[in-house]
Design a protein. Structure first.
Length: 477
């Protein structure tokens, strides 16, 4: 969380230093009274000096809507300062033609994101095409977006090059960053760029290269748990099904109880199927149905009943984080997963920063200005809370769709296994009681020079999570 603006406000009030705040806010009030909206950037600059960020948002939006100016460096600087504090979501809802009035780096980044989501990849690249200096706070995030655009549009070589630049630039920013929230965001962005490289290699079917590149991501990374699943798929394409199973079993560790990904069990079943271990495949499918079938029906009904009450969705995650548990395992895991999601953390951190402005407002002596700023603040905070609620709703709906796909995949696997078992019976293929093999054999392990072999009694070692590998012999004939 950012440094406490509440403590700053109390310090000002206690020491009589509110005169500085009073003077700046009074200057802002004088500008507002002129009715000249062209002076709003100057007014907002005064408010930013006193960390009244969310209170300033409506002024900036109004200026963008009413101004005819296209290039105003002074305004662009104010916008960059403001968005760096409140986040981009408050401005993403503005129409493209309004946002295009500013040439600020953060605005161009927002425009590129909007175009990217609309599938207009070349347009998104055009928005990012204007030079953004390496020192600009938005540069690492812009590079991540640019690399993602190239990757999604199947230009993997360009994507790899941009991702490598992104890692370097991000590391430069990380070395200089002091703010805890910004530091976390930069590290997460850097790590997504880092895994963008093996993702591009995977897309180019360079599975061996991708396998090595994934190892560059440190296990202490915030995003490492979700990337473990990608590593498992890469091993699957390498036909190293034992290593795929080893990667997936890591999710059994208690520390990963918050991970929501039903595809984990699907990939587990597929791996057993590729090894022709029909009983293991069938047991995995049946366990999935037993665990999730009834729970999934209740989960879907619950989130459908909430409609689009974004305040309710916001409260749902907050209450879960405070220890209020729902009577549905899928919902609880989904909420725990969202609570650790980087985008949610960023949105929520901004919201908490805005809440701290409520205390700062008490230092404003001008009653009319205080009332105006309070109105602005509550408007912005309500918007931020709804943005958080909308994000949560989107993820809960996404998880519901993932469950539907997982059940469809499991149904297919179940039918396929029954067919394979039936064929084996007809062809009299199998092992007799005298030929039963011992499960697992070191001879079936595949290991590179960079990997070590450790024996253990089943415990998870914190520094070895994700390095497990099964040693099952294939029953395929």
């Amino acid at each position: 969380m950012k440094k406490s603006f509440l403590s700053i406000s109390l310090f000002i009030l206690a020491t009589g230093l509110s005169a500085t705040v009073q003077a700046s806010v009074q200057d802002a009030w004088k500008i507002y009274q002129t009715g000249n909206k062209n002076l709003y950037p100057q007014m907002v600059s005064e408010l930013i000096e006193n960390k009244m960020y969310f209170s300033s948002i409506p002024f900036i939006k109004e200026y963008l809507v009413t101004t005819t100016k296209v290039h105003d460096p002074a305004f662009d600087k104010v916008v960059d300062q403001l968005i760096a504090e409140v986040g981009i979501k408050q401005f993403e809802l503005l129409p493209t033609n309004i946002l295009e009035k500013s040439d600020a780096a953060t605005i161009r980044y927002i425009l590129a994101r909007k175009a990217f989501r609309a599938g207009k990849y070349d347009q998104a690249l055009k928005y990012l095409g204007k030079s953004i200096e390496d020192w600009n706070p938005v540069k690492p995030f812009a590079l991540l977006l640019e690399g993602s655009i190239y990757s999604v549009s199947k230009r993997e070589e360009q994507a790899t090059r941009i991702f490598k630049d992104c890692v370097d630039i991000s590391n430069d920013h990380i070395k200089k960053e002091k703010d805890i929230d910004r530091l976390r965001q930069l590290k997460i962005s850097r790590d997504y760029c880092l895994v963008g490289i093996p993702r591009s290699q995977f897309a180019m079917q360079k599975y061996d290269a991708a396998y090595t590149s994934y190892l560059d991501l440190d296990k202490s990374s915030y995003i490492w748990p979700e990337i473990l699943f990608e590593e498992a798929w890469n091993s699957f394409y390498l036909k190293d099904y034992n290593r795929t199973l080893g990667k997936l079993v890591t999710y059994k560790a208690p520390v990963f109880s918050y991970i929501f990904n039903p595809e984990i069990e699907v990939l587990k079943a597929l791996s057993y199927m590729e090894l022709c271990l029909w009983n293991d495949t069938r047991n995995t499918v049946e366990a999935f149905y037993n665990k999730y079938e009834k729970e999934n029906e209740a989960y879907k009904k619950y989130i459908d009943s909430m409609g689009k009450d974004y305040k309710l969705y916001y409260s749902l995650v907050k209450e879960h984080s405070d220890g209020k548990i729902k009577n549905n395992a899928i919902l609880n895991t989904a909420l725990a997963s969202i609570a650790k999601d980087p985008a949610y953390l960023e949105l929520n951190a901004s919201f908490n920063t805005g809440l701290e402005e409520i205390e700062r407002m008490k230092a404003v002596g001008n009653e009319k200005m205080r009332a105006l700023l309070n109105e602005n603040l509550h408007e912005s905070l309500n918007m931020q809370r709804n943005l958080i609620g909308s994000y949560i709703r989107g993820h809960l709906q996404l998880y519901a769709a993932q469950m539907v796909r997982a059940f469809e995949d499991m149904s297919y696997i179940k039918l396929e296994v029954l067919s394979k078992m039936k064929t084996d019976i007809y062809e009299n293929v199998g092992v007799s009681s005298n030929e039963l093999r011992t499960r697992g054999n070191f001879a079936h392990l595949m290991k590179t020079d960079k990997q070590y072999f450790w024996t253990f009694n089943g415990e998870f070692w914190a520094d070895e999570l994700g390095d497990y590998v099964f040693s099952l012999k294939s029953d395929c004939r």
